[in-house]
Design a binder for this molecule. Structure first.
Ligand code: ZN
Length: 184
């Protein structure tokens, strides 16, 4: 899935909480945006392994949510939003495709690494590849609750993210031809 889909998924999760406690809306938004993006910083390391914790991430997310519930503050809510969005990103990578740039000719059976069982989870391909039409549709659907709840500067960020998603999805198949071999 696209990075923007992961970000919008995190925002959709925190949107109802931000609606209930608007004084923490900005904190929740920033925490979930960073958490949605963070796992893919392992692109330069072992992608979908070093910073992706589809199973173990839950062991961090649950206590973080409990802590934020019993002791709500900007810090605990930001950490909880970050942990939940990062776990959701890693877990949901398993319902997408593999990390390959060219899923039409080169298919990988490695969706995301499960550190607990010490093996790769295979891609379910409910979202066939990042930037697929269903990925763009999911990104837009997930962006709606965030657009309704968050205001001001976040509206600009969300609308910008939707625009980037649509452009990427429209160009996705052509990107393969434009990518030099050494980058794949
Ligand atoms: Zn990922």
């Amino acid at each position: 899935m696209m990075a923007t889909t992961h970000v919008f998924a995190g925002l959709a999760v925190v949107a109802p909480i931000a609606y209930l406690v608007p004084e923490f809306a900005a904190t929740l938004a920033i925490g979930s945006i960073l958490g949605g993006l963070a796992p893919d910083f392992d692109l330069v390391l072992a992608h979908r392994r070093t910073l992706h914790f589809p199973v173990a991430g839950l062991a961090v997310a649950v206590p973080a949510v409990v802590l934020a519930t019993v002791a709500p503050s900007s810090l605990t809510l930001a950490l909880a939003a970050f942990a939940v969005a990062a776990w959701l990103h890693a877990a949901s990578d398993s319902i997408g495709g593999g990390p390959e740039m060219d899923p039409w000719n080169d298919r990988s059976e490695r969706a995301v690494y499960d550190h607990v069982r010490g093996r790769w989870i295979r891609p379910r391909r409910w979202i066939r590849y990042d930037g697929a039409p269903e990925d763009a549709a999911l990104a837009i659907a997930l962006a709606i609750p965030a657009l309704l709840v968050f205001d001001g500067r976040f509206t600009a960020v969300i609308v910008g993210g939707v625009t980037v998603s649509l452009v990427y999805a429209l160009c996705r198949r052509r990107l393969v031809a434009w990518t030099p071999d050494w980058l794949e």
